[in-house]
Design a protein around this ligand. Structure first.
Ligand SMILES: Nc1nc2c(c(=O)[nH]1)N=C([C@H](O)[C@@H](O)CO)CN2
Length: 119
């Protein structure tokens, strides 16, 4: 399957970080997602039930990240990937998780992961 539904620039706030000062503040995270989709199936029925619902997924991620308190962005990215596979049946995904305020001299830092199979 080569179709994709994407979400770009999803902005969330979380307690995240390894240092003591980070455990008592909320920091901004930016998520970019590519999700495998059979767009022809959704187009054939024109029904949201047959689509990868970017609105429902965005809402779920915002809620999950907002409640999370991990130390590493690697952990948060992995948990989000697992959640999307488990709850939304996503078979393949590429997730970029950026922590833009983390390194003062850099525009942004973060991780990119791919999970699942595209075929
Ligand atoms: N690979 C990672 N490196 C670092 C992380 C991280 O989550 N993954 N986190 C930190 C600190 O929390 C940093 O963001 C504070 O500015 C350092 N390195």
């Amino acid at each position: 399957m080569t179709d994709i539904v994407y979400i770009r620039g999803l902005q969330a706030e979380a307690v995240i970080g390894v240092y003591d000062w980070e455990r008592s503040i909320r920091q901004t995270l930016i998520l970019d997602l590519e999700l495998a989709s059979d767009n022809r199936a959704a187009a054939a029925t024109d029904a949201i039930e047959d689509a990868v619902d970017y609105d429902a997924i965005s809402g779920r991620i915002l809620g999950y990240v907002g409640d999370s308190e991990f130390q590493l962005i690697e952990t948060l990215a992995e948990r989000i990937a697992e959640l999307l596979q488990r709850e939304f049946g996503v078979t393949w995904l590429r997730l970029q998780l950026a922590k833009p305020g983390a390194v003062k001299a850099a525009d942004s830092v973060g991780v990119i992961i791919e999970r699942g199979s595209r075929s």
